[in-house]
Design a protein around this ligand. Sequence first.
Ligand SMILES: *[C@@H]1O[C@H](CO)[C@@H](O)[C@H](O)[C@H]1NC(C)=O
Ligand SMILES: *[C@@H]1O[C@H](CO)[C@@H](O)[C@H](O)[C@H]1NC(C)=O
Ligand SMILES: *[C@@H]1O[C@H](CO)[C@@H](O)[C@H](O)[C@H]1NC(C)=O
Ligand SMILES: *[C@@H]1O[C@H](CO)[C@@H](O)[C@H](O)[C@H]1NC(C)=O
Ligand SMILES: *[C@@H]1O[C@H](CO)[C@@H](O)[C@H](O)[C@H]1NC(C)=O
Ligand SMILES: *[C@@H]1O[C@H](CO)[C@@H](O)[C@H](O)[C@H]1NC(C)=O
Ligand SMILES: *[C@@H]1O[C@H](CO)[C@@H](O)[C@H](O)[C@H]1NC(C)=O
Ligand SMILES: *[C@@H]1O[C@H](CO)[C@@H](O)[C@H](O)[C@H]1NC(C)=O
Ligand SMILES: *[C@@H]1O[C@H](CO)[C@@H](O)[C@H](O)[C@H]1NC(C)=O
Ligand SMILES: *[C@@H]1O[C@H](CO)[C@@H](O)[C@H](O)[C@H]1NC(C)=O
Ligand SMILES: *[C@@H]1O[C@H](CO)[C@@H](O)[C@H](O)[C@H]1NC(C)=O
Ligand SMILES: *[C@@H]1O[C@H](CO)[C@@H](O)[C@H](O)[C@H]1NC(C)=O
Length: 707
Amino acid sequence: MWFHISRAQALIIFSLFTWTKACMHERRMHSSLTGKRDTTPLQPLNPEETILVDSISNTSISEWSYYYTHGAHLAGKNQSMAEWTAERWGENGWNSSIVSYYVYLNYPVNKSLSLTYSNGSVYRPLLEEAVLSQDETTGYPDAIPTFHGYSASGSVDAEFVYVGRGQQVDFDRLVQLGVPLEGKIAIAQYGGPFRGLKVKNAQEKGMIGVIIFTDTAEDGDITEANGYAAYPDGPARNPSSVQRGSVEFLSTYPGDPTTPGYPSKEDSPRVENPEVLPHIPSIPISYANAIPILAALDGYGTAGNEVNRTGWVGKLNVSYSTGPAPGTTINLSNFMEDTYAPIWDAIGVINGTVGDETIVIGNHRDAWIVGGAADPNSGSAILVELSKAFGKLLSQGWKPKRNIILASWDGEEYGLLGSTEWVEEYIPWLTDTAVSYINVDVGTSGPWPYIEATPELHSIATDIMKKVLWKDARNMYDVWLEYTQGSIGVLGSGSDYTSFVHRGIGSIDISSGPGATDPIYHYHSNFDSYHWMSTFGDPGFNIHKFTAQYVSLLVYNLTSQDAIPFDLPNYGIQMESYYNDLLSLVNSTTPILDTSALQNAIQDFKTAAAEVEAQKEQAISTNDPELLTLVNHKFRDFQRGFVSQGGLPNREFYRHLIFAPGLDTGYAPTTFPGITEALIAGNISLADEFVQKTAKAILVARDTIKT
Ligand SMILES: *[C@@H]1O[C@H](CO)[C@@H](O)[C@H](O)[C@H]1NC(C)=O
Ligand SMILES: *[C@@H]1O[C@H](CO)[C@@H](O)[C@H](O)[C@H]1NC(C)=O
Ligand SMILES: *[C@@H]1O[C@H](CO)[C@@H](O)[C@H](O)[C@H]1NC(C)=O
Ligand SMILES: *[C@@H]1O[C@H](CO)[C@@H](O)[C@H](O)[C@H]1NC(C)=O
Ligand SMILES: *[C@@H]1O[C@H](CO)[C@@H](O)[C@H](O)[C@H]1NC(C)=O
Ligand SMILES: *[C@@H]1O[C@H](CO)[C@@H](O)[C@H](O)[C@H]1NC(C)=O
Ligand SMILES: *[C@@H]1O[C@H](CO)[C@@H](O)[C@H](O)[C@H]1NC(C)=O
Ligand SMILES: *[C@@H]1O[C@H](CO)[C@@H](O)[C@H](O)[C@H]1NC(C)=O
Ligand SMILES: *[C@@H]1O[C@H](CO)[C@@H](O)[C@H](O)[C@H]1NC(C)=O
Ligand SMILES: *[C@@H]1O[C@H](CO)[C@@H](O)[C@H](O)[C@H]1NC(C)=O
Ligand SMILES: *[C@@H]1O[C@H](CO)[C@@H](O)[C@H](O)[C@H]1NC(C)=O
Ligand SMILES: *[C@@H]1O[C@H](CO)[C@@H](O)[C@H](O)[C@H]1NC(C)=O
């Protein structure tokens, strides 16, 4: 996965248009401290639900986890793991096959980094993570080096500048402070925007290379500086840990960079020099390696605490000065091997009795490392167990009403490749039949459940929590409530739901992560391993088990319930709250933008949603099959209305006009993105155009559900 919710994000409100998300993270910070106890009764299960829940075992999940985390499985490198996955599903009664795509990838060849001080002495960091005797996969001979997927190749030598988290506002501040950027190398902190956008922003300022480091500011209180031992001896971050990851410019479009908008087959036409790939080299480094580099800037340029940007100063023992330090240079070399190679999605099918309604559930399989115990293979292990639970139901003659598709995506890490290409291939059928997409990526990296979802799924997603017994025999709903204060995230990007959402298919992303006092999760590092998971992340694999039970019950409900259990009035309520967020931005512009068309469209949607809700109740109480089909088809189709053909300005891929990943955040969402981003750019005429387009889209959705 790409969306990493860190402790640091809890503290940072990086811009006006992501404030909702930031506030939510802040609540996460304090969540484990409230000590609130349970109040919600556990809901009873029907016999089929009981079969599902009882057939899910932490022991078999730990076996699947062991398998997935003991062999390299970088995108396009492990066909046998795709086949193994399809075979497990097949044994459990699913019709399973492999679908392959032929995509552009690059793999690391060699790299080096050296820092030369003005007095001529040189610091040359190792750039690799520690091999730990306790954690066998850190020492595997096929361990994958630290690198950035889709980085450019090159060798550069120049003075360097610390650029904070590398958002556009950070660079604007550096320009304001008179810090020279052109021709320099950037050193940027992880956190905030998606890493590819840090590289994009640096490149646009004429910088020639980027180094991105992990700061212990991400770790809240769980640091060595605070007296916690580092992994493998304790819960704190291992100082050598490095966050690998893709530097594709995700917020422009995901998927194979060379085939925007269409599936990648061996003979597909290819775009030359895709706009979503960087031209300058970049590498990731650990905090241990970052300290001397940052320290070399101490006393040069503007000191960190004078830059006056939130999130600029981290927790390392340096001043986070901008630099450059005259005569102190970095030589950065990074060489990658370009290739067009197959990737393999495993696809499993259970056909429903109703042919034209489909629920898709997916998880990616590829990882940057041999392990990947949390990202993504906690999800992979959970889905194998889910396939087994449904196999049990199938063997008793059960059939779902709706088709169920199970997907194990390859190439997610480079840029959501496997899911995007599959959606691009099957979009006509998906447009006709898809009801929802359920994503499980980092199923478990800690004990606290967390969801992001489109609004029609909020009610059923929280209702099902009331059927699951969580850690310490607590109801999942109460644990989730304690952690999130009842807040469900808005989907931005960073995982495989993206292509579904932006084709008008509502989605939910399900995960469990660490709270403020839990062990540090080593995202995209060798230490996201089976050993870490079984000693720190989820000893006993019971969070995996509870999550698998939850996902199975949700899939069961969505595929078995006569009436699709959507809550459309909540879509109206959520749009109204996004509208209120928008107003505070609108009020600060001159001339004040007229948003009445949007406001009216939301009201019209709310009216129609109340009517279709009544129609649903009537269909249920009369059990009238024709009325049920009518309502179900409205539910299936309405969200297609929110997507606009032309997409958002300069990013046609992103078509959903109610939410999208922020142009300069990549992970975090923006609501009413066409309007919000035009306002932030100060383009009132464009904002006005998107008020009209967004209102029209809402009315198209309204027309679908109108009675
Ligand atoms: C693929 O993954 C499996 C399971 O982890 C492992 O046994 C196998 O060696 C891997 N194959 C390759 C080519 O790395
Ligand atoms: C790194 O790889 C490049 C490209 O293959 C090659 O030209 C160069 O000699 C290599 N450098 C080292 C130090 O191996
Ligand atoms: C050169 O400067 C660096 C940084 O100030 C310092 O750590 C190092 O000891 C110096 N080396 C020599 C040989 O003076
Ligand atoms: C940077 O270092 C690489 C590898 O050590 C070397 O081949 C290259 O010549 C250096 N580049 C410059 C511009 O000094
Ligand atoms: C940073 O903010 C402080 C307090 O507002 C102010 O005194 C200082 O001049 C600012 N620094 C810069 C470089 O603008
Ligand atoms: C922080 O850095 C300063 C200057 O390099 C050094 O004197 C001090 O001992 C360091 N503090 C810690 C806690 O490492
Ligand atoms: C799998 O396909 C076969 C025939 O192609 C069909 O009879 C069977 O019902 C399918 N199984 C499921 C679970 O959909
Ligand atoms: C399952 O459904 C798909 C899509 O409607 C159809 O193509 C396929 O033939 C069906 N398979 C079976 C076994 O009914
Ligand atoms: C499964 O959970 C039980 C109960 O918590 C525990 O005793 C057992 O060790 C776990 N199994 C594994 C393989 O972790
Ligand atoms: C789905 O969940 C709803 C809400 O909890 C419940 O009323 C309904 O009975 C469930 N449907 C099935 C088929 O279990
Ligand atoms: C925006 O301005 C309108 C009209 O002046 C006012 O009614 C509304 O309360 C303001 N909203 C916000 C969030 O400032
Ligand atoms: C506003 O956006 C439109 C459409 O992208 C563009 O043509 C126009 O130049 C922009 N206006 C300003 C003032 O940036």
